[in-house]
Ligand binder design. Structure first.
Ligand code: GDP
Length: 296
């Protein structure tokens, strides 16, 4: 599970700190050195680690903390607060349009879990009482359309497709019209992914964006790729502008570097987390709960 390694190391560090009773500045500095190493080992972006440790140190070394009756507890609370902040403070939700349908565009590289996640999100919205429609816009990957139809069927959400001979822009436009005519209040457009970021992919996504003007562009990234996921997010955000990130495969990511760095590096929130292959393994991302997972 995510943060396994980090949780173990930080909990060890804090156990030692608690065992000391009264703390000196040196104790805090030593603990922060361990926190720094643990975060780096968890593959957190090094700039993010540096800022994080400096902030925690600054807040911990004040006399209020060191001279309190439970200094270690105070330091742990500060780490907890700062970890929560790092991941975005509060849960960040989908920005629904006041005038339906809300148009959500899902983007990402091949293999990140985009098609599965699009289906999961549609299923989650349906359970919340929405009437979603999936639009099959990945016309390049063989079987992508079929795959979306299969997940759509499993979650009980209709899938709009025009096969793979039309342009994704035309499919997206026609799909939205179809949704409007059928009373769908949310449409989710599954777009093509490539193995790597390239100009063609970005150009096509920019065309879809400028034509359909989505209310949300959600980037799906694979958390197991660590800092690569963060670089992908930075790049998509620069070229396309994203509203949020969905981090997939957190169930297999023992380190958690992407979860801890994406927000600070891109300034865009993580909105959902994928926690398994099943179609109900998608959860809203709660920074505070994630932080508690690390600190136990
Ligand atoms: P796409 O190429 O981005 O559309 O990726 P797919 O949706 O085809 O997913 C690629 C693989 O990742 C599939 O085997 C999915 O079952 C798997 N997958 C997607 N999300 C998760 C997740 O949150 N956890 C796990 N363990 N597997 C996932």
């Amino acid at each position: 599970m995510v943060f396994e390694g980090l949780a173990e190391k930080l909990q060890d560090t804090f156990k030692r700190l608690k065992g000391k009773g009264k703390l000196t500045e040196k104790d805090v500095t030593e603990a922060m050195r361990e926190v720094r190493l643990a975060l780096l080992e968890a593959d957190v972006n090094f700039k993010v680690v540096k800022e994080f440790v400096n902030k925690v140190k600054e807040r911990s070394i004040g006399s209020e903390v060191l001279e309190s009756l439970t200094p270690a507890q105070q330091v742990i609370k500060i780490v907890n607060d700062e970890l929560t902040d790092l991941m975005g403070k509060a849960q960040s939700k989908i920005n629904f349009s006041s005038k339906p349908p809300t148009i959500i565009m899902l983007v990402g590289l091949q293999g990140a879990g985009k098609t599965t996640t699009t289906g999961k999100l549609a299923g989650m919205l349906k359970k919340q009482g929405k009437r979603p429609l999936l639009i099959a816009g990945d016309v390049y990957r063989p079987a992508a359309i079929k795959q979306l139809q299969v997940v759509g069927e499993k979650v009980g959400v209709p899938v709009f497709t025009m096969g793979d001979k039309q342009s994704p822009v035309d499919i997206a436009k026609a799909g939205i019209d179809h949704g409007i005519n059928h009373g769908n209040d949310v449409v989710l457009i599954d777009t093509a992914g490539r193995l790597h970021i390239d100009e063609d992919l970005m150009g096509e996504l920019q065309d879809i964006r400028s034509t359909v003007k989505p209310h949300e562009i959600l980037l799906v990234v694979d958390s197991m790729t660590g800092q690569d996921a963060v670089n992908v997010a930075e790049h998509f955000n620069e070229k396309l502008g994203i509203d949020g990130v969905i981090l997939t495969k957190l169930d297999g990511d023992t380190r958690g570097g992407a979860a801890l760095s994406v927000r600070a590096v891109t300034n865009k929130p993580i909105k959902f987390a994928g926690l398994g292959e099943k179609l109900d393994d998608l959860e809203p991302f709660h920074p505070d709960r994630m932080a508690s997972r690390i600190l136990g």
